[in-house]
Ligand binder design. Structure first.
Ligand code: ZN
Ligand code: ZN
Length: 165
């Protein structure tokens, strides 16, 4: 979708509501396609005293295996958008200014870029996921396994004893 913003730029106190969704299921991440549901953009572009603001939220559901234990995990991520729209950049505020030289905003392009840079670096089923036993492969969130930790690194054993005392 391309939004023509000319009427926003010329009309003070006008506003363009955004409630848009885009299929980005083709984006791959670690060999999978985690964006199974459309990405949502909600907010508005508004002209307040000739300042064009783009205030919105990008909401996407990330559906992939937990990085530690491998269980299927779905999490919703929200990325705030807070930018000024301008037809040319004066100075070097390029992080907060989104350039729209022809007063047109390519929303699909914008969403694609924002989602790609905001994909989670670590995707865990829970913050304290215990992962899997590296010896027997058991999911340690479901309980302890029977592996002995006899051949544990002596330095780690010393640390464990310290923690246990
Ligand atoms: Zn996990
Ligand atoms: Zn084990």
């Amino acid at each position: 979708m391309i939004i023509d913003l000319k009427h926003i730029f010329v009309n003070e106190n006008s506003s363009y509501p955004l409630d848009y969704s885009l299929d980005l299921s083709h984006i791959s991440h670690s060999g999978a396609f985690p964006l199974k549901k459309p990405v949502v953009l909600k907010g508005a572009i508004s002209n307040t005293s000739s300042l064009i603001r783009f205030e919105a939220e990008i909401i996407f559901e990330f559906d992939a295996l937990c990085d530690r234990c491998g269980n299927p995990t779905v999490k919703t991520y929200k990325v705030p958008v807070s930018k000024s729209l301008a037809t040319s950049i004066e100075g070097d505020d390029s992080d907060t200014i989104l350039l729209v030289p022809d007063m047109k905003l390519d929303v699909d392009d914008f969403l694609y870029t924002e989602v790609v840079v905001n994909l989670p670096l670590k995707h865990l089923c829970s913050e304290d996921c215990k992962g899997i036993c590296f010896k027997c492969g058991k999911n340690l969130n479901e309980g302890k396994c029977d592996c002995k930790d006899d051949d544990i690194d002596p330095r780690l054993a010393a640390l464990r004893d310290l923690l246990n005392n």
